[in-house]
Design a protein around this ligand. Structure first.
Ligand SMILES: NC(=O)C1=CN([C@@H]2O[C@H](COP(=O)(O)OP(=O)(O)OC[C@H]3O[C@@H](n4cnc5c(N)ncnc54)[C@H](OP(=O)(O)O)[C@@H]3O)[C@@H](O)[C@H]2O)C=CC1
Ligand SMILES: O=C(CO)COP(=O)(O)O
Length: 430
């Protein structure tokens, strides 16, 4: 499956896509193939395997069997956050130990920390996922929490991915549900990408968009089998997650994979909202965001017609946004200000919107219903409702009004906010 897309020449988007990740070992005992991979591609390298305690417990026994002399670094902390401390720790150990190859043995956070250090220190890295919890294992961006703000920065794509399905299948079901939540979000992110292209002329790649939807459809079609957690179905989930990460790599941006359902999750990660379960996983929050995005998506799309029918003005105001965020850490306010200068909705071309409005509605009508998303998530015991993470209706309302400003990305939610097309205080239904 991966071999076919290693090199896509003459793509309809006008670019060639060449994957930096060239080796994909996704099988029951993938770890056993690691020595041969090192011999083939990294002969003579001195590798360092980066874990946290949970991923060490889950994967070290098999890793040690395959590579008895492997050096290890276990990241510690009450909660492992991809922050300055963890980046410094990996960098120091890498440098002092004279290592020249990193193995990220873990889930989303370990992989992001490792890939960012790999870029900064210019060493190759291999992704060794221990759970099917996110779609970022082969992407070339790292989602980091720097100075308390959640930022996504360029990072290194892995040279290879070694996904040992026996280890991944043994991870808690919560992590699988999180991976499914992260994947269902692609229905929203791809729709927003298509609409952004239609009405702002932003770069869009139909091949990558289709591949992203193929990745999520593989998972939805096999959701009953995935719930069983057997090796084969976990392999299907992992392939879908890797494909989605590949799409990020192909276009070098997270646009195909992240839209306002992700902004909902990022916002909850960096703003200390009272009562929220801050241990909820990325994909769990994204899944909840996706259910709500799907619920409002057709309404939001329909409202865009008012912009050209009523000659509405863009009412984006940095002062207003800063006021919204003023109760949160200064670093978050600064990130939001930096992100939104100048504002992305300034790119809206009203002529294109008028001309393409039927196509916009068509794209919106292809987003699966929130009921369908809920049913898929429930199959794997995933969260579907913000109350499950301790959020109140009031907090949800507030979040919907402001989470879109955490990124400067063209989304339907962002248009609703900037053009005041939706009255969140009155129209949200709970
Ligand atoms: N770069 C990209 O393209 C993307 C990045 N992301 C980022 O990834 C992060 C989320 O990653 P996610 O995987 O959800 O969360 P974490 O990496 O925080 O992992 C969640 C938990 O899983 C534990 N764990 C991992 N593997 C196993 C296992 N086999 N058995 C038991 N426990 C295990 C971890 O242990 P422990 O508690 O010891 O850490 C941790 O508690 C976010 O920061 C998100 O923004 C998400 C998508 C794409
Ligand atoms: O978490 C990410 C992809 O899953 C990155 O999201 P952003 O592009 O919104 O920062």
């Amino acid at each position: 499956m991966f071999e076919e897309i290693l090199d896509v020449k003459g793509c309809a988007c006008g670019h060639n896509h060449t994957l930096k990740t060239r080796d994909y070992i996704v099988e029951r005992n993938a770890m056993e193939k690691l020595p041969a991979l090192l011999e083939k591609s990294f002969a003579g390298a001195k590798p360092l395997a980066v874990f946290d305690q949970n991923t060490y417990d889950a994967a070290y026994p098999k890793l040690k069997k395959a590579l008895p002399d492997i050096d290890t670094l276990i990241l510690t902390g009450e909660k492992i956050v991809p922050n300055e401390f963890q980046l410094d720790t990996v960098t120091q150990v890498l440098k002092t130990g004279g290592f020249d190859l990193l193995l990220a043995v873990g889930a989303g956070v370990i992989t992001d920390v490792t890939r960012y250090v790999a870029l900064k220190q210019d060493v190759p890295f291999i992704s060794v996922p221990t759970a099917a919890s996110v779609d970022g294992f082969v992407s070339d961006n790292a989602a980091l929490t720097l100075n308390g703000a959640k930022v996504t920065l360029p990072a290194k794509a892995p040279d290879a991915v070694v996904a040992d399905l026996e280890i991944i299948a043994a991870a808690p079901l919560k992590m699988t549900a999180s991976g499914v939540g992260d994947m269902l979000s692609k229905y929203i992110s791809v729709a927003d990408w298509k609409i952004g292209h239609l009405i702002t002329n932003e770069y869009y790649c139909p091949f990558v968009a289709d591949l992203t939807l193929k990745a999520v459809n593989i998972i939805v079609d096999n959701i009953e089998a995935i719930r069983k957690g057997d090796i084969e179905s976990i392999g299907t989930l992992m392939e879908g997650l890797l494909l989605s990460g590949i799409t990020i790599q192909m276009v070098g941006i997270t646009r195909p994979a992240s839209s306002f359902e992700h902004h909902f999750s990022h916002y909850l990660e960096v703003t200390p909202i009272e009562g929220i379960d801050h241990d909820a996983l990325h994909g769990e929050k994204v899944g909840i965001g996706t259910v709500n995005a799907a619920k409002y998506y057709p309404i939001f799309a329909e409202r865009l017609g008012r912009i050209f029918r009523e000659n509405l003005e863009n009412q984006f105001s940095m002062e207003r946004v800063k006021e919204y965020y003023s109760k949160y850490p200064q670093s978050v306010v600064e990130m939001v200000e930096k992100e939104n200068t100048p504002t992305i909705t300034g790119n809206l071309n009203v002529g294109l919107l008028r001309q393409n409005f039927d196509k916009v509605r068509q794209v919106a009508s292809e987003v699966p219903s929130s009921e369908k998303i809920v049913s898929t998530l429930r199959t794997v015991n995933g969260y579907t409702d913000y109350h499950q993470i301790g959020m109140t209706d009031e907090q949800f309302k507030e979040t919907m009004k402001i989470c879109c400003y955490i990124r400067n990305r063209f989304t339907l939610l962002r248009l609703m906010c900037d053009y005041r097309l939706f009255d969140f205080d009155k129209e949200l239904t709970f």
